[in-house]
Design a protein around this ligand. Structure first.
Ligand SMILES: [Zn+2]
Ligand SMILES: [Zn+2]
Length: 283
């Protein structure tokens, strides 16, 4: 009698050992494998058995970039932040509000010891795929951002002595050192786009080499009474659809910044608080 009890106990424990090995358990006809992922090895969904190791993340080669953090091309896991834009690295303030008025003081034209206040604003923003009448050609994956830079002078000094205004510089908010100062002069309907400079921006990790930055001609006009002068020009920029990295800086004539530029410094290294930097973000 005692002997039979012992045999039963031994049989029960052997069954328990075999089940733990998976041979006679729920997976006796084979495991139900779930393929390995970035963070988990190949795993049986029934018993939890594993084989091999986790794959590890497959970090996408073009990340991190200015718009995306380091990203796994398999599972989309991200790590860290996107690259920091040059304007942000430098701590340079940018304006983005359309039709906001910026007052910039510059020397008068006929007497540089006098100054006048120009009231500048960026206005009339529009987007176009192309514009045949203006001669703005379409390109696949790009769009044209078109807007006016308008300045109003109405103080006594400008009536007496005229104005010198600002020097404009075009830059890339993200990657200013690749494209230090952008732009070609442009006469709507006349300038052949084949003759103007191209530049490259990086958007979502991809290079777009067919970007174009065009400065329209200035038009200055006094009102009939000779009390108000409106100076304005149009800016035309072809960039990848959705790109938000173009900056137009206004550098006052008479400022040290222009001396630094004459001495060969990069625009972004020369800008100071007197300058207004407007970042062109599609509305
Ligand atoms: Zn299993
Ligand atoms: Zn992954």
């Amino acid at each position: 009698m005692e002997r039979r009890i012992w045999i039963t106990i031994i049989t029960v424990s052997m069954t328990a050992v075999l089940t733990a090995c998976g041979e006679k358990g729920p997976c006796k006809d084979g495991h139900t494998w779930v393929e390995a992922t970035c963070t988990e090895p190949k795993t049986c969904s029934v018993c939890g058995a594993t084989e091999g190791e986790a794959l590890g993340h497959d970090w996408s080669e073009n990340t991190p970039n200015y718009h995306q953090p380091k990203t796994c091309s398999r599972c989309n896991e991200t790590e860290g932040d996107p690259l920091e834009a040059e304007f942000a690295k430098k701590g340079l303030a940018v304006e983005t509000e359309w039709d906001k008025e910026f007052t910039i003081t510059t020397p008068c034209y006929n007497d540089e010891s006098k100054t006048t206040n120009g009231k500048y604003r960026f206005s009339n923003f529009r987007i176009a795929a192309s514009d045949d009448a203006l001669g703005l050609e379409a390109a696949q994956g790009y769009e044209w951002l078109i807007f006016d830079l308008i300045c109003r002078y109405d103080d006594e000094n400008v009536r007496k002595y005229g104005f010198t205004g600002v020097f404009n510089a075009g830059m890339d908010y993200y990657d200013t050192y690749r494209n230090p100062d952008l732009g070609s002069m442009f006469e709507p309907g006349k300038t052949d786009l084949e003759t103007v400079d191209r530049f490259t921006v990086n958007y979502n990790g991809e290079d777009y080499p067919e970007c174009i930055f065009l400065w329209g001609e200035y038009t200055d006009g006094w009102n009939a009474e000779g009390t108000v002068c409106i100076s304005q020009h149009t800016i035309y920029i072809r960039i990848p659809t959705g790109y938000d990295g173009m900056v137009v800086s206004m550098i006052p004539n008479g400022s040290d910044v222009l001396d630094k530029l004459d001495a060969g410094e990069m625009v972004i290294d020369s800008l100071d608080d007197e300058c207004v930097n407007f970042r062109v973000i599609p509305e």
